[in-house]
Each structure stands twice: as C-alpha cells, then as structure tokens.
Design a protein around this ligand. Structure first.
Ligand code: MEV
Length: 314
C-alpha cells in the first residue's frame, strides 16, 4: 500500500518577515508541487529518498540526529511509528518541481505533503490536522516560522493570513516570478530581521503598522479592480523590505531591469536572493526576455486552488 500526498509551493504577495512579528500577509499557492509517497517496510528503518540524497536510519533515531533537510520527515515518521506498534519501518520518497531555497515554499510544501502522506498510511486526516503537524515538522528546521507558508500550502488559493478564507481575486493578475538563482536560508534572514528589530524597535513597529495599512489598501484595490494601485503597493512593500535589509544588489538590479514594463516588483519570501514577483501587463510579457539578465529563470505564476491532496494506492 502506498500513501501519496502532494502540496503546492507558494508566493508571498505582501507581508513576508512582518508576518513573523504578528502582521497579516497575503499569500498564494502556485501550480508547482511536491509529491511525497510513503509505504511500510519490514526493515526497522526510516528511509527517505529525495533529490538531496538518501537517508536510512533506525526507527529509534531522533530527528535531531539527522541533517537539517531530513529532519521534518524523521519527525513525522517518529510521531506515527511511536504511536503504532505494528509499524516496522517506513520508506518516504519526495518528488518536487519547486526550486529549492528560493522562496517558493519548497520546504513548507514538503512538510505539508509529507504530513499528508505519512499520516495517510495510518489514518484519514483533516486539513486542519495536517496544517498543525506540518508546522511542527517545519519547526524542526526553522523554529521561528510564522506558519503562513504551511497554511497556504495546505489550503491553496490566495489568502489573507491568518485567515484561511480564499480571496476571490477579481482581476487577472499577471504575475511573473523571476528566480535570482541565489539560494537563501530563511532561518538566517529571519534572524537578521530580528536583529534589525532589536536595534531599531520604534522604526520596526512603525513598519509593521505601515504593512498592516498597506495590506488593507491592497484588499480594497483588489475589490475595485484597481491594478495600478495593486502594483504601486507591491513597490511600496519592496521599500519596507529594503529598509529591513533583506534585499541585495542582485535583487535591486532585477527590479530595475523590469522597471519599464512592471507595475510593481518585489521580493517574494525571505529575500537575500531567492525570487521576485512582478506585475506585468499582458501586452508587455514578450518584452521580458530582452530585459532580464540571461542567467535568470522566469515563469508566470498560476494560482493553485486545491492545496494538499491525498490518495491511497493498493
Ligand atoms: C518565508 O517564506 C516567509 C517569512 O515571512 C518567514 C515566515 O513567515 O515564517 C520570511
């Protein structure tokens, strides 16, 4: 028997970093997915197969004893094996089309899909349960997570976190995702922002208020089909991210390359590399290749509405 679950990656349209400190954020799931397949074995081991390598450890191992990238899987496997005495061992295989470490939710989608797949071997589950457990799994590598990424990967669509209700986007957003090809480490970027906050308490609190106001204005702009204001808010949000020092020269260069055709461009996710999103009018899409440096990858973001899905194969 195989339990197969898949979950989408994500983009953050507004509010990354500030969301860790309690503000709202607008996120959307995208049509790139991670699929996790789990099955029982007789080996008394937890085996994880992924593009990052293979792990094979005794079922008694703690997640703390394995490399960071394998921790969520061992955590989830332990959790189920410990409470089910007839489970001898597990094999977990990860297939992903989400680029790793560039802010598109590869790690949270892995945690959500792995929770769905591993739990699905033992029982039926609810999305609420999978969300809770996937956040616990993500915390094994990134203890300060806001939980926003796992939430959108679980429920899909576009949400105004912490709400899970889907925003019906009234206009067709033509969002371009451009990958700087510089991998980042979310935990380090979040720690850097914590330091900024410690040294600039008053300004950071003002920025959180500004972000909250900005998100309210974005929601109104969406209701009014006002693409121009939506684009301007993207650029305004980028200024806040620059102020908390998560942008860099490469990102700023990509933003200015797209300036003549973009209604607004910003980092999506932790920054310090990773990806930017740009709001581009349909008629200007064919100008993109000539404007961007040749080493950058780009694609149009399509919003995923399904979130986590799961099936059993006998
Ligand atoms: C990372 O995708 C988003 C951050 O806001 C961290 C988080 O929300 O946990 C930087």
């Amino acid at each position: 028997m195989k339990s197969i679950a898949s979950a989408p990656g994500k983009i953050i349209l507004f509010g990354e970093h500030f969301v860790v400190h309690g503000t709202k954020a607008i996120l959307a799931a995208i049509d790139k997915r991670v699929t996790v397949t789990s099955s029982f074995t007789e080996n008394k081991t937890i085996r994880v197969n992924s593009k990052l390598g293979t792990l094979d450890v005794p079922i008694s191992s703690s997640y703390k004893e394995v490399k960071n990238e394998f921790r969520p899987f061992v955590y989830l496997a332990n959790k189920m094996i410990d409470s089910n005495q007839n489970a001898n061992g597990l094999e977990i295989t990860i297939d992903s089309d989400i680029p790793i470490g560039v802010g598109l939710g590869s790690s949270s989608a892995c945690c959500v899909a792995a929770a769905g797949s591993i739990f699905g071997l033992f029982k039926e589950w609810s999305s609420e349960e999978i969300l809770k457990i996937s956040i616990e799994a993500e915390k094994t590598i990134f203890p300060d997570t806001s939980g926003a990424d796992c939430t959108v990967c679980t429920y899909g669509g576009m949400i105004e976190y912490p709400s899970i209700e889907k925003i019906g986007n009234t206009f067709d957003l033509n969002l371009l995702i451009v990958n700087s090809m510089i991998p980042h480490n979310t935990k380090n970027s979040v720690e850097k922002v914590n330091k900024f906050k410690e040294n600039n308490e008053e300004r950071f609190s003002q920025l959180c208020d500004l972000e909250t106001k900005l998100i309210d204005e974005v929601i109104t702009a969406m209701k009014n089909n006002d693409t121009t204001t939506f684009g301007l808010k993207i650029s305004e949000n980028q200024k806040y991210l620059e102020e908390i020092q998560v942008s860099n020269e490469t990102i700023n260069g990509m933003i200015s390359s797209l300036k003549e055709i973009s209604l607004g461009t910003k980092i999506t996710g932790a920054g310090d590399g990773g990806c930017v999103i740009a709001l581009i009018k349909d008629e200007d899409m064919d100008k993109v290749p000539a404007l961007l440096p040749k080493d950058k990858e780009y694609f149009s973001a399509k919003i995923d509405t399904k979130g986590v899905v799961w099936k059993i194969e006998k």
